[in-house]
Design a protein around this ligand. Sequence first.
Ligand code: UDP
Ligand code: MG
Length: 317
Amino acid sequence: MSGQEQTTGSQDPVQVSVVAPVYNEQETLEELYARLTATLEKMARPFEVIFVDDGSTDGSLDILRRLRDRDKRVRVLRLARNFGQSAALYAGLSASRGSMVFIIDADLQVHPEDLPLLLERLESGADSVSGRRRDRQDSRFRRWASKALNWYIGWVTGAPLHDFGCSLKGFRRHVVDAMVAMPHRCRYLPAEMALAGGRIDEVWVSHSERTRGASKYGLLKLVRTAFDLITGLTDAPLRLVSVGGVLFSLAGFAMFLRVLWVRLTHGNMLQVESVIALFFLFSGVQLLAIGLLCAYIGRIFIEAQGKPLYIVREELE
Ligand code: UDP
Ligand code: MG
């Protein structure tokens, strides 16, 4: 069907939306469009593809304009500047109209051809589905860091996923609506997906090396993103301070008892040990005091995020 004028056909409500964030991806956009539309046509449901241009400074926007002119199933949102991948995704999700919504990176590292696998899961009753990259083609450092982060995010969110960072995901409409409606700004899409609830599936998908364009995540940005994740999802790190305070206090107290015992039975022998015991005791008390402050700061953090207390999916008739 390529090459001819395409229309969504307003009589068909869009069933499938695909959102792709684009930041300087001129090398892959044409191929992404061709492979996406070919796959979506095979899926045989009215669809829209929403490209979100996240302030690209290369030729991406011109290519997107051309794609939009050629095919009315393509929508292009142009953000006012570069807001980051997460914000771009949310812009696309808010604009989406489908009863099932998918996200995909624009660099073709994950493959449009895997979308039917995700669709199948949503149609079999999953509310959200996430890809899990088979033979992930990223540096050893990134894979190692991802492993640690996946463990942490799994623990914090309780979602049963092994690859939170996979950029191929699908959601039912109610999940998208719940995610978009959340008021907090410190966003991490997989966490909001978990908070929205329902059945979350994971399917194996293929992954390729990035052969065109460059990753938008250099070492510094990766570290920053990881730090944002660790501190942005939960106040658990703050609570660690109190744990440290309790451990130091207990250790100091045990040492103090030992010093006291030796002093009563053998006289004043353990002078260095007395100082060490005092050091532990004082550190423990100070950490406990800071831990108390952290507890209050943690509460402010939770209140400020304003995440929903609960989400009602429906009232049964
Ligand atoms: N992206 C974006 N805004 C940004 C950074 C990235 O929209 O500020 C898009 C980018 O164009 C790509 C996706 O997010 O479609 C993932 O980026 P990238 O492939 O560079 O990340 P990596 O695969 O290295 O994690
Ligand atoms: Mg990539």
